[in-house]
Design a protein around this ligand. Sequence first.
Ligand code: UFG
Length: 323
Amino acid sequence: MILVVGGAGYIGSHLVKELVEKEKVVVLDNLSTGHRAAVDSRAIFVMGDLGNEDDLQMVFRSYPIKAVMHFAANSLVGESVVNPLKYYQNNVASTLTLLKVMEKFKVKNFIFSSTAATYGIPEVDVIDEKTKTAPINPYGHSKLMVEQILADFSKAYGLNYVVLRYFNAAGAHESTVIGESHDPETHLIPIVLQQLLGQREKVSVFGSDYDTADGTCIRDYIHVTDLAAAHILALEALLAGKKSAEIYNLGNGLGYSVKEVIETCEKVTGVKANVEMADRRAGDPARLVASSAKIFSELGWKAERNLERIIANAWKWHQNQQY
Ligand code: UFG
C-alpha cells in the first residue's frame, strides 16, 4: 500500500490516477486546497491532517504502508511572504510529524515534492541539481529545509528518499476528468484559459522589461502527467530496494516566455486573448529552465508532452471543469 499525502490536490490527484493502475493507494488529505472529487475512486480516501499525529498513526496502524509520497503543502510564493508561519508550520513542521510517524512504523521509502523555488534567482541559464540553492522566499526555504531534514534522516535512520524539484506544473489529465482548480488561481496557463472562456476580463503580463528576448519571464512548463510518471519511476526504484538520497529536477528543458505562452494558448484554442502589460510581480526570477539530464540517465525519465499538448489538455478541462 502506498500512502499519498495531499492526494486530493492538483499534482497529487494526477499521480494517484496513474498509481492506482499499479498499486493499492491510500490518500490522506485535509481538503484545505484539494478536492474530494479529484481522488480516483479506486484509492482509499482518509480525511485527515498531516500535522495531526493521531490521524497519521491511525493510517499507519490501519494499512500496511510501504512508501509515502508527499504532495501536501502550501505553494503560493506571495502568500508565504506575508504569512511565513503558515508555510513553516504546514510545510516543515507537519512534514516532520509525518517523518516521525514513518520512523516509528519503520516505513523507509519517501518521495517528496520540492520546487524550482529552492534555486532562487539562479546565475545559470539551465539549472541542474548542482546549481546553488538560494531561496528568496519562505516557500522556497520551507521546501529546502525539508530537503535538509531528509538528508539528515537518511544518514541517521536509513531513510530512502527521492526529492523531485518541479518546475512549472501545468496541463490536465488526458481523460479531462481531473485538472487544475485552485482558488485563488495564480498560475499563468489557467488564468489565460479562463480569460479565453470569458471568466476573466483580461490577462495581466507581470513585467515586460526583464532581460529576456521579449522582455517577459521565461519558465519551463511540464505536463502534470509527465510529473506523475517521474514519481512512479522513483517509487519503483525505491520499492526495488534502491538505496537513495537523490534530488532530481523535473522540467522539459525548454523555456517559454509569458508572451509565448499566451500566443500558444491563442493558437491552440483559436481564441484571441485580452492582454495588458502590468508591473512586475515581486519575487519572479527572469528565467527558470531545468536540466533533467540526471533523472534521464538514472531513472530513464524525460518529459513526453510539449507546451501545445499541455495547453490542449488544460483547455479541454477548463471548458468542462468538474470541480
Ligand atoms: N504571470 C503573469 N500573469 C499572471 C500570472 C502569471 O504574467 O496572471 C507570469 C508570472 O509573473 C511568471 C509566469 O507567468 O513570470 C509564470 O507564473 P506562474 O504563477 O504560473 O508560475 P511561477 O513560475 O510563479 O510559479 C511556479 C510554481 C510555484 C513555484 C515557482 C518557483 O507554481 O509553486 O514556480 O519560482 F514556487
